[in-house]
Design a protein around this ligand. Structure first.
Ligand SMILES: NC(=O)c1ccc[n+]([C@@H]2O[C@H](COP(=O)([O-])OP(=O)(O)OC[C@H]3O[C@@H](n4cnc5c(N)ncnc54)[C@H](OP(=O)(O)O)[C@@H]3O)[C@@H](O)[C@H]2O)c1
Length: 229
């Protein structure tokens, strides 16, 4: 599938920028979301093809609604929404020694932000012939392997996984494929040094971006292979 309209949240750096780069290189129109417009413009300038920086803060419902109106006027539809923006990989705390303010912020961005962005773009996704919603999650949200540590992040990603399943069910009749992906450990600002290159993590995300019509929905994968919930 070419010539898609792809919205990426948190597209100005890290994995979001990596996904934007791959999509733009393939001929998609990429709306590179960034909460800081200047950072978005800088990132977009470094990419090939049709990339438009757009101001997008997933915690700002009015801003999302206004952006959706602009995208409706300019593009008429959205084919792929990549809910990538996230905060607070909180390695410094545990669930018993925890700042609940950090937990609230993580839920606000990582769960409710992705939810809000999906709702804002849903009318435009419904206008697509091949609508896809991709939740950039993490094995850190897997209940199967969850132990202690990173409480804000892990709980927010587990909730994001639950949202993936409920949205997949509720949007099945609309043909919207909704899937969660783990990019693996990736060397970004969040992941820190030592992880795999951004291009490899972004390729793991692209699996769910590129699913064919009739493909799976409500799944959780890394590099195209199932991750236990
Ligand atoms: N790196 C890893 O090892 C790893 C592993 C598993 C999963 N993941 C997941 O992969 C995704 C991308 O992570 P990353 O490593 O690329 O992180 P990153 O380098 O820290 O980038 C995070 C991006 O999210 C944006 N963001 C944060 N809050 C936002 C908001 N309210 N509205 C819009 N954008 C917002 C940031 O924008 P600003 O520049 O404005 O802060 C930035 O563009 C996340 O969902 C993360 O949980 C990463």
């Amino acid at each position: 599938m070419a010539d898609r309209v792809v919205v990426v949240t948190g597209g100005n750096r890290g994995l979001g920028l990596g996904v934007a780069r791959i999509c733009a290189g393939r001929g998609d129109t990429v709306l590179l979301g960034s909460r800081d417009p200047a950072a978005g413009e800088r990132a977009a300038r470094g990419l090939p093809g049709r990339v438009h920086a757009v101001q997008l803060d997933v915690t700002d419902p009015d801003g999302l609604a206004s952006l959706a109106r602009d995208v409706a006027a300019a593009e008429g539809r959205v084919d792929v929404l990549v809910n990538n923006a996230a905060v607070h990989y909180d390695t410094w705390q545990t669930s018993v020694d925890v700042d609940l303010g950090v937990v609230r912020e993580a839920l606000e961005t990582n769960l409710l932000g992705a939810w809000q962005a999906t709702l804002a773009f849903l009318p435009l996704l419904r206008r697509s012939a091949h609508p896809r919603v991709v939740m950039v999650s993490s094995e850190g949200g897997s209940l199967a392997s969850m132990r202690g540590g990173t409480p804000a992040y892990s709980v927010s990603k587990a909730a994001l996984n639950a949202l993936t399943r409920t949205l997949a069910g509720d949007l099945a009749r609309d043909r919207v494929l909704v899937n969660a992906v783990c990019p693996g450990w990736v060397a970004t600002d969040m992941g820190g040094p030592g992880g795999r290159p951004v291009a490899e993590g972004a390729a793991s995300i692209m699996f769910a971006v590129d699913l064919p019509d009739g493909g799976p929905t409500g799944t959780f994968t890394r590099d195209g292979r199932p991750v236990p919930w």
